[in-house]
Design a protein around this ligand. Structure first.
Ligand code: SIN
Length: 176
């Protein structure tokens, strides 16, 4: 069976695997925000950064991309994703129903936040988020790059996220 992966953050611009198909998609009941402290990829233990994650939020919809993987490639892609996304246990892997832009509804592997995890930081105000993102650097590079790349790519796909747009402006200003 084809495996679908729902991307809403770095998977939008750097999936790290070859997708057979890439389709705009939406996930009902979840909200994207910088609600996870990053101590590996975009920050360190001493100076954590922030990465995007999904919080359950009745009535919300998260817009992103659905990436399809042919059955024969699914095990290796899943292994890759688990190594990348579950490096700390703050993300939970779920299979959730998403709506593709062409009207299909499919199940997709999706990484959502574990709100009980110590790295969970939902509810930080945007000014505080901007200050953290402007400074943090992790194993994959500056936190600013994560924000700018995600915002740029969502923009190119016609997906609007007001909080991300505000953060881009504020972080550009703070980071000079
Ligand atoms: C995603 O992009 O869907 C997962 C979160 C991330 O790696 O940024």
């Amino acid at each position: 069976m084809t495996m679908w992966v729902f991307g809403y953050g770095s998977l939008v611009w750097n999936p790290g695997f070859e997708a057979q198909d890439r389709v705009i998609a939406s996930l009902p009941g979840y909200h994207r925000s910088f609600c996870m402290r990053s101590i590996h990829h975009r920050g360190t233990d001493e100076n954590p950064g922030l990465v995007l994650a999904l919080d359950e939020a009745p009535g919300a919809v998260c817009h992103g991309v659905a990436l399809s993987v042919p059955p024969e490639k699914a095990p290796e892609v899943l292994e890759y994703l688990r190594e990348r996304e579950l490096i700390s246990s703050a993300y939970l892997e779920k299979v959730l129903e998403i709506d593709l832009a062409d009207g299909r509804r499919v199940e997709a592997v999706t990484y959502v936040i574990d709100a009980d995890h110590v790295q969970y930081c939902g509810g930080l105000d945007l000014e505080e988020q901007a200050g953290i993102i402007a400074r943090a650097v992790g194993g994959r590079g500056p936190n600013t790059e994560y924000l700018f790349n995600t915002a740029d790519h969502l923009d190119q796909l016609g997906i609007m996220d007001r909080d991300l747009d505000w953060l881009v402006r504020r972080v550009r200003h703070l980071a000079g």
